[in-house]
Design a protein around this ligand. Structure first.
Ligand code: EPZ
Length: 419
């Protein structure tokens, strides 16, 4: 049952202080599904307490795993026989479930996974995943909304038409237990891929080149258990840096890898924010009025699409003209119209948004459509005149661990209003 909680935010407070960044949702999810590749115990640390994680845990249990979750530590071990069917009622809640296909094919030689269906930001097909599996010897058919995949995985050369994160993860896991060598070209290079490869290697997989565009995997017979700590969430970190910039505050983030946020740090510095870092901390201090900076979303290490909505909120209150080009997803400007309702001046045409920054936004009721759009609306509420009520924050609960607590700790005037 989805709770229709909302956030009430009163704008005008400067954020100041230090918070620890939670573990990465987008690293933890594939790492959780990697546990399907072995019957031995796998322990994952620094796993954030999020709705998507709880959905992934339920799916693992449905597939035959015993999962215990305690204070950020998730322990996964064998409960019964591994099942091959990932049901619609769970897959529809979280499209990342599509990456159970690789592990199930690797272990069972078959997988019945519900087609994920689209989501607010786009159709988000998985054709690249399926085409790669077919080239690895898998027969694919679709029946009653389910993908039926069957076949013994053989290593081969795969070149992705687009550096898809999910497809790279699925192929990496399938190839780990395939017969022979797989060479994956145009692989995604996101830190979450490198983190998954670190876990798989700790389990005994033979992987070279994770984090580059060419990954070579030598299939092995079986994989063992492992103990792995998930990397910090670079998108949560980027969101908090922007909160500091918008409120003219000074925020320190701990337990973060600054090298995962290069493009975002570079754009913030170009805008005039003072950003400094050590090996595992990041500090953002507003020192002068910011300048508009245009961005184009790119695959890693370019400017991340998951930071696009937050960047638009920043540009909406940065006097001057900036342009945002969203080149990864086909419908990821849903937050623009909500910001316009607050008084922002944003003109969206296709994949391009032109923003004329205004001195002040006005608080009003807003509707969240997807995870990162929701973050952008909260950010706007932090600086808007008066009160902003952000509705349907369940979208945010999918991907931000205790966001309102962190922002309140930094001085924000915001509270959660239960349904
Ligand atoms: C991952 O989604 C992330 N999710 C997304 O984060 C992120 O926005 C995205 O990568 C891009 O960085 C998780 O890691 C759980 P893609 P994924 O495959 O794997 C098209 C968030 O906010 N495509 O790289 O689904 C696709 O439609 C979420 O945390 C195909 O056409 O992203 C999209 O336009 C949102 N066919 C583009 O590629 C395919 O087979 C990028 O998709 C696969 C993808």
């Amino acid at each position: 049952m989805i709770r229709l909680d909302s956030f009430v935010v009163k704008g005008g407070k400067r954020l100041a202080g230090a918070v620890r960044v939670s573990g990465s949702k987008n690293a933890a999810l594939p790492c959780l599904f990697a546990t399907l590749l072995t019957d031995h115990e796998v322990v994952l640390d620094n796993v954030p307490d999020l709705q998507d994680i709880r959905t992934a845990v339920r799916l693992l249990e449905r597939l035959g795993k015993r999962v215990t979750v305690r204070l950020g530590r998730v322990t996964v071990c064998k409960k019964g026989v591994l099942k091959e069917r990932a049901p619609y009622d769970l897959v529809r809640r979280m499209r990342a479930s599509a990456v159970v296909m690789g592990p199930l094919l690797a272990r069972l030689g078959k997988a019945d996974v519900s087609l994920p269906g689209g989501c607010a930001i786009g159709a988000r097909p998985i054709n690249f995943h399926l085409k790669a599996f077919e080239s690895m010897g898998v027969k694919i058919s679709v029946q009653e909304g389910y993908i039926l995949a069957q076949g013994r995985l053989k290593g081969c050369r795969v070149k992705l038409p687009f550096a898809s994160v999910g497809a790279t993860e699925n192929i990496l896991m399938a190839a780990s237990l395939a017969q022979g060598r797989t060479v994956l070209d145009n692989a995604a290079r996101e830190p979450e891929i490198t983190d998954l490869a670190r876990l798989l290697t700790a389990m005994g997989a033979r992987i070279h080149g994770a984090g580059t565009a060419r990954i070579v995997i030598e299939g092995v017979k079986t994989l063992a258990g492992a103990h792995h700590r998930v990397i910090p969430d670079r998108i949560e970190a980027g969101t908090l840096l922007i909160a500091a910039a918008m409120t003219r505050g000074k925020v320190k983030l701990t337990d973060i890898d600054p090298s995962h946020l290069g493009a975002v740090i570079e754009a913030l510095r170009r805008a005039g924010l003072n950003v400094s870092h050590s090996s595992n901390t990041l500090e953002a201090a507003w020192v002068r009025s910011l300048k508009p900076v245009s961005i184009k979303t790119r695959v890693y290490p370019g400017f991340p699409t998951d930071m696009q909505a937050q960047w638009m909120a920043l540009m909406a209150v940065t006097p001057g003209r900036s342009v945002i080009q969203e080149d990864i997803f086909e419908n990821r400007f849903l937050h623009a119209q909500e910001l316009v309702r607050m008084g922002a001046r944003i003109d969206v045409r296709g994949a391009r948004a032109v923003i004329e920054g205004v001195p002040r936004l006005s608080g009003c009721p807003l509707m969240v459509s997807d995870l990162r759009a929701g973050a952008a609306l909260v950010l706007a509420g932090l600086v808007a005149r008066g009160q902003t009520r952000v509705l349907r924050v369940y979208h945010l609960d999918r991907g931000y661990e205790r966001l309102e607590k962190k922002l309140r700790f930094l001085g924000a005037n915001m509270r959660r209003v239960p349904q």
